[in-house]
Design a protein around this ligand. Structure first.
Ligand SMILES: [Mn+2]
Length: 426
């Protein structure tokens, strides 16, 4: 399904007057603070976040998965869904694939479809946390860290195959989230598991094309509940440093224990030029994979302040690869992704409003109160008219969620794909 651009413009027109009013009010307010509004609009318009191919079906838990209807049942349909998201939001022009879930026979067809929808391929993701049909060795007791050399060899070969597939599609990075770990004390020799993992990563790194990056994701627990081989940013950072210039740490917001100061982790990694990838979601208790900004929007804003500072000041740190990594157990995934994209851009826009010069001055003078006032003034500004304006300028929807509902997109997808179609993934 594609939405006719005329239809988008027509629906936008019905709210154009309201937008002009709220926008000019906000623009005046920002003008008075000497904020360059045009520059803000450009930055917001340029911001793009990758959508993972596994986020387009109904999410589930280990207890079950409820039916949604109209889910994309193949990679082409997944691209079409992301194309829809991009049409509405103008902020989702990248897709992150996952193998073997997204394996197909004809990658030329996939490439052609993506270019028709103005989509690019971001990081490719390997999967050694599940056994696949026909696989010789099981990952039950690990993959890259496994005691048995032949299991490690199989996991290494899979990662290399993912790089080769990504290369065919124009992807430039591989994300490894290693699920290896142990469920019970004494199950693992920690040091040996780490050494085997390091050696396995070296093999994969050697096969990385010159212009590629390797992102190493970390997570404190789950699926293993006693220990994870790459449990935290320090372990990931150590491995990335060991491997070389093309290896980076990937921060996933949900992969921290409650109340971890993620903004400080971001600052530390960017200071060391090692923050490569960034996965958005939100959480209340653990890796809940809730919609971005639904629980802790202020924490997200604080993280964005550090990201923006790093982008401006740590020039040797690559521009981070943004991706939404959330699940949607009871929501329409496309609606959830629209909400998440909006929340990310709201946090980004608010962080851009922070008067960096005044903040540096307040910090210099130990004016704790003023420093807090400066960031809270930005946080409490309603930036939504800016987002709307930048979207409409690019041909997107003034109100993406409203338009999605007004056009009955899900019903249309159910009518064409059926109520029983299921997306691959978790
Ligand atoms: Mn992730």
């Amino acid at each position: 399904m594609r939405i006719n651009p005329d239809q988008i413009n027509e629906i936008n027109r019905s709210s154009a007057e309201v937008l002009e009013q709220s926008y000019s009010q906000l623009a005046d307010q920002l003008d008075r603070k000497n904020i360059d509004v045009d520059k803000l609009l450009h930055k917001l318009g340029d911001f793009q976040v990758a959508i993972p191919s596994w986020a387009l079906g109904q999410g589930g838990t280990r207890f079950g998965r409820f039916k949604l209807g109209g889910e994309p049942s193949n990679l082409i349909e997944k691209l079409e869904d992301i194309g829809l998201l991009h049409q509405l939001t103008q902020s989702a022009n990248m897709v992150s694939l996952h193998f073997p879930w997204d394996s197909v026979l004809d990658y030329q067809e996939v490439k052609a479809k993506a270019s028709e929808l103005h989509l690019k391929f971001d990081a490719v993701n390997s999967n050694t946390f599940q056994d696949q049909i026909g696989q010789s060795h099981s990952y039950k007791f690990g993959s890259l860290s496994h005691r048995d050399k032949s299991v490690r060899a199989q996991a290494i070969a899979h990662n290399i195959e993912v790089i080769e597939t990504g290369d065919k599609l124009g992807s430039k990075s591989l994300t490894i989230w290693l699920a290896d770990g142990s469920n019970f004390p004494a199950q693992h020799n920690f040091q040996q598991a780490l050494e085997r993992t390091t050696a396995s990563l070296e093999h994969i790194y050697q096969k990385l094309p010159e212009d590629w990056k390797l992102f190493i994701e970390y997570k404190p627990y789950e699926p293993n509940f006693y220990s994870m081989v790459i449990q935290d940013w320090g372990t990931s950072f150590m491995l990335a440093n060991h491997l070389g210039d093309k290896a980076y740490t990937l921060v996933d917001l949900g992969h921290h224990l409650p109340n971890t100061n993620i903004e400080q982790i971001v600052a530390t990694l960017m200071n060391q030029n090692k923050l490569g990838g960034f996965h958005f979601n939100d959480s209340k208790y653990g890796d809940d994979d809730l919609s971005v900004g639904s629980i802790k929007p202020y924490a997200l804003f604080l993280i964005f302040i550090e990201l923006i500072y790093g982008i401006e000041n740590n020039k040797a740190n690559p521009y981070p690869a943004w991706m939404i990594d959330a699940s949607h157990n009871t929501k329409d995934p496309l609606e959830d992704l629209i909400q998440s994209i909006e929340a990310i851009k709201i946090a980004y826009a608010k962080a851009l409003l922070v008067d960096q010069k005044a903040l540096a001055q307040a910090q210099e003078e130990n004016d704790v109160v003023l420093a807090q006032e400066l960031i809270q003034d930005a946080f409490l500004t309603d930036v939504r008219p800016l987002l709307q304006k930048s979207r409409v300028k690019k041909g997107g929807a003034l109100n993406p969620l409203g338009m999605y509902r007004q056009l009955s997109v899900r019903q249309h997808l159910i009518d064409t794909r059926g109520s029983g179609s299921t997306a691959t993934g978790l």
